[in-house]
Write a protein that binds this ligand. Sequence first.
Ligand SMILES: [Zn+2]
Length: 155
Amino acid sequence: MKIGLGYDVHAFTQNRPLILGGVEIPYDRGLSGHSDADVLVHAVCDALLGAAGMGDIGEHFPETDPQYKNADSLNLLKAVWQIIYSHHQAIINMDATLFAQAPRLSPYKAAMREQLAAALNIPVDRINIKATTTEGLGFIGRGEGIAAMCVALID
Ligand SMILES: [Zn+2]
């Protein structure tokens, strides 16, 4: 078994939907980025690639590549899983944390788990998602962006 860690940050911006874990969350701002800026899915991708010892999401899906502009990050996750699956590895479990001062993300955690489990074709109980604030501290506390961390164990 091998473990991997993923971490990602995206800044808030106007006039974009807020998409986390493949779920569109009602809010007055979204996250900026080349793709749909799904910070949770990006952290999950990096955790899986890290566990597999296969680099990071930027190596496989360069930000400069126009085909990933506004890309649905769940499709990136599916592609990451294909890369890993070709090496006969299975996901034991993943545990992720979202760091956001606002909006409140707890009501959406179950939907995010379902989206991630469906994209990876694994049972929902192998994925755990947590959400926390930073007690008003730092760039997250000031509402400048959202961060996500994920660990993944693969076999
Ligand atoms: Zn990202």
